[in-house]
Design a protein around this ligand. Structure first.
Ligand code: NAD
Ligand code: TYD
Length: 339
């Protein structure tokens, strides 16, 4: 039996990944280590909670004691694989203050790497981002060889963590894998990121803040496709390698915002152009040919297919959204676990 330690499993992508594991790898045992910062929401995992092969450990990846406790929770047979999602993830928050990003993303990654190596983990997958490559002009794509050139404290801390992971491979021969993914969207995304924020504001007839001219381009990937790519790399990737993951879905922000308003039959008068984000990357676009060629993964959803699915999910999960927006979701851990 394979035991997988997932860090940051109560967040957006981590919780989608745990749902995928439960469905597609029912024999795997899962330990979820999450600090439950503002971005961690155990309500994302309600259906998984009671399962015998799932254990939740509240703890900070930057704390060696907490990380050791999570490994201990796997019991005698130990942890085979680590999938490391835990991070501070929002660029705007990193502009307000970079320190929590360095602590969680840089220090936290080294702590998890050290413990995983000590415990003889067989495969360590580090979930990174295309933002480590910086910004593109109107043409071209990021490949795995594109030099790292991060712009924000968030992306700089992710670049730092990537380098520590590479160092563990080069120095110690520790079997690491790195994935670098474009912008995700889908269920359970915290409504501070573009798509869920715009859906939530539009529903409440609140202004939709568009930074600068709204012509910044992102390459959107449905979270389910991302999670399947991560599982593919975990199981089939070559140690020491980096794999870019992208959706071939480039759109300017303003088109997405207008598309959401159109779907919800709301007026474009809700759009409010606001001061641009400092250091705002203009365009991201991923060349994902390596993972497609070497590991046979391809995204299954286009943006035209998965954006309506995503909108429907948020519309059908009004309670989830309201509890996140009001902060009530933060009481869930205490009610469930009683500490
Ligand atoms: P998220 O902010 O939704 O979730 C992060 C999770 O990590 C939360 O559950 C939080 O409680 C937990 N966490 C934060 N600091 C922690 C700490 N010190 N110790 C333990 N747990 C901690 O983030 P996400 O969007 O799910 O992103 C997950 C990973 O994927 C991140 O590493 C991010 O850099 C990367 N990524 C995200 C995207 C995207 O579009 N969302 C794209 C590419 C890469
Ligand atoms: P975001 O979801 O924060 O992801 P990232 O910065 O990691 O790409 O933002 C996506 C794009 O949307 C980015 O170009 C910034 C822009 N944006 C807005 O225009 N308004 C907003 O309120 C937010 C949150 C983002």
């Amino acid at each position: 039996m394979t035991t997988i330690l997932v860090t940051g499993g109560a967040g957006f992508i981590g919780s989608n990944f745990i749902h995928l594991l439960v469905k597609d790898r029912p024999d795997a045992r899962i330990v979820n280590l999450d600090a439950l910062t503002y971005a961690g929401n155990l309500e994302n995992l309600k259906e998984v909670e009671g399962q015998a092969n799932y254990t939740f450990v509240q703890g900070d990846v930057a704390s060696p004691e907490d990380v050791a406790r999570a490994f201990d929770a796997a019991g005698e047979s130990g942890v085979n694989h680590v999938v490391h999602f835990a991070a501070e993830s929002h660029v705007d928050r990193s502009i307000q203050g970079g320190l929590p990003f360095v602590t969680a993303n840089v220090l936290g990654t080294q702590v998890v790497l050290d413990e995983a190596r000590k415990r003889g983990v067989e495969r360590f997958l580090h979930v990174s981002t295309d933002e480590v490559y910086g910004s593109l002009g109107p043409t071209g794509f990021f490949t795995e060889e594109t030099p790292l050139d991060p712009s924000s404290p968030y992306s700089a801390s992710k670049a730092g963590s990537d380098m520590l992971v590479q160092a563990a491979f080069k120095t110690h021969g520790f079997p690491t894998l790195i994935t670098r993914c474009s912008n995700n969207y889908g269920p359970y995304q915290f409504p501070e990121k573009l798509i869920p924020l715009m859906i939530a504001n539009a529903r409440e007839d609140k202004p939709l803040p568009v930074y600068g001219d709204g012509m910044q381009i992102r390459d959107w990937l449905y979270v389910q496709d991302h999670c399947e790519a991560i599982l593919t790399v975990l199981e089939k990737g070559a140690p020491g390698e980096v794999y870019n993951i992208g959706g071939h879905n480039e759109y300017p922000n303003i088109e997405i915002v207008k598309g959401i308003l159109g779907h919800l039959e709301k007026s474009e008068d809700l759009i409010e152009y606001v001061t641009d984000r400092p250091g705002h990357d203009r365009r991201y676009a991923i060349d994902a040919s390596k993972i497609e060629r070497e590991l046979g993964w391809k995204p299954r959803y286009t943006f035209e297919q998965a954006l309506p699915r995503t909108l429907e999910w948020y519309l059908s999960q009004d309670e989830w959204l309201q509890r996140v927006r009001s902060g009530a979701y933060r009481d869930y851990y205490q009610l469930q676990y009683g500490t």
